[in-house]
Design a protein. Structure first.
Length: 212
């Protein structure tokens, strides 16, 4: 089944976002097992669960999911996943008015080096400039301090807590609901947010060159 809209491969200098595929299983299994200490509140499969995880993502396409593999440009390896999710349309039409970026995870070696920043920028740029949405959502478990800080560093606005909003992915909480911290970027803010993200990426690139 085709996704609810077609998205081309989105390319940056650090990361490339391409359609999730079973071709990525081996790399994703390796990435997921590098260091799992940061996954306390995030849905990240163990190596032996990767095929089932991908199949579950493919099943969610019918519900509006558009899943991507995050490919590290420096070595061409799949290092994580992300997705568009929860599309909302203008009343009586087929044009999108809002979409969420979610189901995001990265292997430990791909964290803290700008890949997440660039991936989010690519996804927001396509959503605002090509799809014409009015709003992009980002949400996370309210207890996930690392994820909340990363979202806030993108320049997204915190809107509050949605109680019992999403399924919990925390160990021992199968079938339970979590409280979700909700953030957003709206179309009027996109230009400033993009400039902020480009500045962050430029600073990181300059620092990496100095460290060589």
């Amino acid at each position: 089944m085709r996704p609810w809209f077609d998205v081309p491969t989105l390319k940056g200098s650090l990361v490339r976002l391409e359609a999730l595929s079973l071709d990525h299983v081996e790399d994703l299994a390796r990435a997921a097992e590098e260091d799992r200490s940061s996954y306390a509140f995030t849905l990240v499969p163990c190596a032996e669960q990767v095929v089932g995880y991908l199949e579950a993502q493919f099943d969610r396409v019918a519900q509006g999911l558009v899943p991507f593999t995050q490919i590290r440009q420096s070595d061409g390896r799949a290092v994580g996943c992300t997705a568009y999710w929860d599309p909302r349309y203008w009343p009586g039409g087929r044009d999108l008015r809002a979409v969420e970026i979610g189901f995001t995870w990265l292997g430990a070696s791909a964290q803290g080096c700008g890949l997440n920043t660039e991936a989010k920028m690519l996804l927001m740029r396509y959503a605002f400039e090509d799809l014409g949405v009015a709003r992009v959502d980002l949400k996370t478990d309210v207890r996930n301090k690392q994820s909340r800080k990363a979202i806030e560093n993108l320049g997204a606005t915190y809107e509050g807590v949605l109680r019992n909003w999403s399924m919990s992915w925390a160990p021992g909480e199968d079938g339970q609901l979590r409280n979700s911290a909700m953030y957003s970027v709206v179309s009027a803010e996109w230009s400033d947010v993009q400039a902020h993200l480009l500045k962050k990426l430029t600073i990181r690139h300059s620092a990496s060159l100095q460290g060589m």
